[in-house]
Design a protein around this ligand. Structure first.
Ligand SMILES: N[C@@H](CCC(=O)N[C@@H](CS)C(=O)NCC(=O)O)C(=O)O
Length: 166
């Protein structure tokens, strides 16, 4: 099984998806890909209105992931190194993430999109693992996402799979 998975993703990182004969890795890319592959779900804004959608998807995939993991590992760039780190500093990144969640009801505008799936996961995991500070904006945003029916259904499906696996 592991041998097979490494053929899908030689990085041996999850998630990885094979769909219609194409392999896709990187969670943000998977979210955006699925939103486009299943347009009937309405999870991507219309193409000309994707500025915030792409902005925060890429911001979370790059600066947030690196800032949070480096911070968790205790790796703090010195002030004179910040200019060549894509996230600058953990503090700058967290402040920007807070501004992002405060700017609209959802991360890319007035309605839920695939960007909320991804940014919401970062925030949910970050709060749970205490790798993000429990700022009110993050708590309110996470609560808004986790009370959605679709979120509840997804959690129930995951739990059923875990139960079946024993
Ligand atoms: N940049 C990747 C990160 C994926 C990642 O780090 N996955 C972790 C689990 S959250 C993993 O597969 N860890 C197993 C390992 O590295 O051996 C993404 O966005 O998908």
């Amino acid at each position: 099984m592991r041998w097979f998975f490494r053929h899908v993703n030689p990085m041996a990182k999850v998630p990885a998806l094979v769909h219609n004969g194409q392999t896709i890795t990187e969670t943000a890319a998977i979210c955006a890909y699925l939103a486009d592959a299943f347009p009937e779900a309405g999870l991507a804004p219309a193409a000309p209105e994707r500025a915030a959608y792409y902005r925060w998807l890429f911001f979370a995939a790059g600066p947030v992931e690196q800032a949070v993991t480096n911070h968790r590992a205790g790796f703090i760039p010195a002030p004179e190194q910040e200019f060549f780190f894509g996230y600058g500093s953990y503090e700058r990144t967290v402040d920007q993430l807070e501004r992002a969640v405060l700017s609209h009801p959802f991360i890319a505008g007035d309605r839920f999109t695939a960007a909320d799936v991804y940014v919401g996961s970062h925030i949910g995991w970050g709060l749970g693992m205490q790798t993000l500070p429990p700022r009110a904006a993050f708590l309110v945003y996470a609560e808004k996402l986790t009370r959605r029916d679709a979120y509840q259904r997804a959690v129930a499906k995951d739990q059923a799979l875990l139960d079946a696996a024993g």
